[in-house]
Design a protein around this ligand. Structure first.
Ligand SMILES: [Zn+2]
Ligand SMILES: [Zn+2]
Length: 71
């Protein structure tokens, strides 16, 4: 896999869209990797990776998205 931006060998894949990215073009973004309901307060909680690999090209949503189908 090559970097989406400069076409050199990619060091990793964007967590959000799957594009390859090299060290130079890699950025980081918080990434919600799991959502669960706390057993104490019955609230939906999210586990977040603060510095997930981001290609800098795609635009992950900054705001939480409602997931009514999981209710
Ligand atoms: Zn690159
Ligand atoms: Zn991306």
């Amino acid at each position: 896999m090559d970097c989406w931006v400069c076409e050199r060998t990619a060091l990793g894949a964007c967590r959000f869209c799957g594009r390859g990215t090299c060290r130079e073009h890699a950025k980081t973004q918080p990434f919600v990797f799991d959502v669960f309901r706390g057993n104490k307060h019955q609230m939906l909680r999210a586990l977040v990776v603060e510095d997930a690999l981001h290609c800098g090209v795609c635009r992950p949503r900054g705001d939480p998205v409602d997931l009514p189908e999981l209710e």
